[in-house]
Design a binder for this molecule. Sequence first.
Ligand SMILES: Nc1ncnc2c1ncn2[C@@H]1O[C@H](COP(=O)(O)OP(=O)(O)OP(=O)(O)O)[C@@H](O)[C@H]1O
Ligand SMILES: Nc1ccn([C@@H]2O[C@H](COP(=O)(O)O)[C@@H](O)[C@H]2O)c(=O)n1
Length: 226
Amino acid sequence: MTPVPVITVDGPSGAGKGTISHMLAEHLGWHLLDSGALYRVTGQACLIEGVSWDDHPAVTEVARHLDVRFQVDEHGEVRVAYKGQDVSAAIRTEEGGRGASTVAAIPSVRDALLARQRDFLQPPGLVADGRDMGTVVFPAAPLKFFLTASAAERAERRYKQLISKGGSVSLARLLKDIEERDERDSTRTVSPLVPAKDAIVIDSTATPIEEVFGQVLQAVTESGLA
Ligand SMILES: Nc1ncnc2c1ncn2[C@@H]1O[C@H](COP(=O)(O)OP(=O)(O)OP(=O)(O)O)[C@@H](O)[C@H]1O
Ligand SMILES: Nc1ccn([C@@H]2O[C@H](COP(=O)(O)O)[C@@H](O)[C@H]2O)c(=O)n1
């Protein structure tokens, strides 16, 4: 039987993984795994359940029994519910990102979420967005990308994104958050943020998103996957 194909897209926060993964999954008609959302919901679920992010056994229990649902609404937006409660906005805040990267550094939490992530691999194929998709979750993926950009450029992008949604944020604060998250994600002992040895690395610091997508599509075509 031919294995179900998976394309992995890893990289640091704000590198464009979500945007590119979404475009690619839509273009190919494949499923999409937003693995960061699982860590974000775990962090948020801890807040809801009154569990401290530092209480590793309790956070692991939360991750093991995570009652999470992803649903596309009438505007085509993905809504995320924890125990039936819409947490879509809460998990996308900077605090949501901090919570995610704190709980994501706990090895037993990563173990608890591993099978759930692999369950997303369904025909006709999967685009998997995260930090360790190509190194740990789908190490045998036939095509892997690692997107990156300078921290200053990524903070600027996040700033524009938040301002366009009517938020008020400080660019300096965003840059500090991004640098701290990079540090936590790349220095943790389990599944640190590193490119897989066989990943195609794309630095988009000075490259518009359409051009990045063009490079990705070209590699997909050359791989013969689609
Ligand atoms: N090459 C690019 N040029 C300009 N803007 C970009 C580029 N790539 C992404 N962006 C913009 O940067 C913002 C962040 O992108 P995106 O959410 O895809 O990043 P991400 O890597 O998934 O981040 P996170 O891991 O934090 O979810 C979005 O507003 C997106 O439109
Ligand atoms: N495979 C992954 C995905 C995410 N994380 C952690 O979650 C944080 C939030 O991820 P986003 O992609 O939604 O920004 C991220 O900073 C990582 O700490 C992870 O560890 N592994």
